[in-house]
Design a protein around this ligand. Structure first.
Ligand code: NIG
Ligand code: FE
Length: 416
């Protein structure tokens, strides 16, 4: 039963409470056993019974729940640095997509990639991601689009779960765009999703969520409704890529079907916010995508004022957000979305857990929750997100076991 002491600030991030309620405890200690938190609180209150146990020293650093990246497109063939150059010089994302680049160019590369290669690529990416303090990620399909490639990406996610590093929560995003072989018959592609792919995904039990990209260049709200309803009949919960490049009724649709999250929302309307606020849908903000595509950020303050929980994720993908750096996205959520560091921390832990329906066990360090946590070389959350460093995380624990530990490294802040 290990005890972690000398924590400058522990953030328990309770699943309930408001956006800013991160349950900060100064000068804290934490106890875990069998992969679960047993006790957390001020160190002077540590019950005597825990005193003889194996003790770790946090060396005056802060401790947070393991970060949860609740929106990624982890598995894809190739990269798209050439498009980054074109966009840097002024070409638009939609223009590149219409010319056959964008998502379709990654579809091409993903279909050509052998599943073993995709698995190996994802494994390497994850070995880097875990060092940032991330312990769980949602990962979407959507770069295969045909039956075989979509199923094989979902199998890659299952195999990655078996490796036992980061936990992967899989989402089927067959409705990412219309694949080239169906460009003249989009209804036929929708029938393929509904009648062929979804039943197979169901048989393999390989996805927990169904997602649709609602956008002029992808699917209309009516088309998305049909696809989401079909997925929900197979027991998948709905997610929506909503109102990213234009207001297409994505937020309204997410509210209507009772989606677990509406993601992006850069262009969400006041009416969309109203609908979200009545239904408990989590708004997933993706500041890296806004930044890379030079989009205005989502209106976080309006959403928070309307009592919509706001999560923060990377959207890691080869096009609009080619970075898996969740702490960077968190600092950007402060500067671009006008959220406080505490609000952002809640958004990348407890509310991110809610956005992928794992908030009964993950995203918080209250007793009974899974012992997924990170030790960050900063005195508190304000300092951490203010002084952005490539990696301030010195240890990552999953189910009470260290996956990454460089805590012997000298601390940057001499706060004694
Ligand atoms: O979430 N918006 C749609 N899908 C991704 C972009 C994917 C890509 O450009 O490859 C997103 O931003
Ligand atoms: Fe996305």
């Amino acid at each position: 039963m290990p005890v972690l002491k000398n924590i400058s600030a522990l953030y328990t991030c309770p699943p309930d409470g408001g956006q800013h309620d991160v349950g900060e405890i100064r000068n804290a200690a934490m106890v875990w056993a069998d992969g679960q938190i047993i006790w957390s609180g001020p160190e002077p209150d540590l019950p005597k019974i825990y005193k003889g146990y194996l003790t770790y020293d946090a060396r005056g650093r802060m401790v947070i729940p393991g970060l949860i990246d609740c929106h990624t497109h982890l598995a894809f063939g190739g990269w798209r640095a050439d498009e980054f150059e074109m966009r840097s010089l002024g070409r638009s994302y939609l223009d590149i997509a219409k010319a056959g680049g964008g998502i379709l160019s990654s579809v091409d590369a993903t279909r050509q990639a052998a599943p073993e290669k995709l698995l190996e690529k994802c494994r390497v990416l994850i070995s880097h991601i875990v060092k940032l303090g991330v312990t769980t990620i949602e990962a979407k399909t959507g770069y295969g689009l045909d039956l075989d490639t979509e199923l094989s990406v979902l199998r890659v996610y299952r195999q990655l779960n078996n490796i036992g590093l980061i936990e992967i929560i899989p989402t089927y995003l067959g409705a990412h765009t219309i694949p080239p072989e169906y460009s003249k018959d989009r209804r036929k592609y929708m029938r393929t999703i509904i009648n062929t792919v979804l039943p197979m995904v169901n048989i393999e039990g390989s996805a927990r969520f169904i997602d649709v990209f609602v956008e002029d260049s992808a699917f209309t709200a009516d088309e998305a409704r049909r696809i989401l309803m079909a997925g929900m009949e197979f027991g998948l919960r709905a997610k929506v890529h909503a109102d990213q490049l234009s207001a297409c009724g994505g937020a309204e649709l997410a509210a209507e079907v009772g989606a677990v999250s509406a993601d992006h929302l850069e262009r969400v309307t006041d009416q969309g916010i109203q609908r979200l606020s009545k239904t408990g849908v989590v708004a997933v903000s993706l500041p890296l995508a806004s930044f890379y595509l030079k989009q205005p950020p989502l209106p976080a303050r309006k959403l928070i004022d309307s009592k919509v929980p706001v999560a923060v994720a990377t959207d890691f993908n080869p096009g609009s957000a080619p970075s898996w750096h969740l702490p960077l996205a968190m600092t950007m959520a402060c500067t671009m979305q006008s959220m406080s560091p505490a609000e952002v921390l809640k958004g990348a832990t407890a509310y991110a857990a809610r956005a992928i329906s794992v908030d009964d066990t993950l995203g918080s360090l209250q007793p009974g929750m899974q012992a997924d946590f990170a030790i960050i070389d900063a005195p508190d959350v304000n300092h951490w997100l203010y002084h952005f460093r490539p990696n301030a995380c010195v240890a990552t624990y999953k189910k009470g076991r260290a996956l990454h530990d460089v805590s012997e490294t000298e601390a940057v802040y001499p706060w004694y």
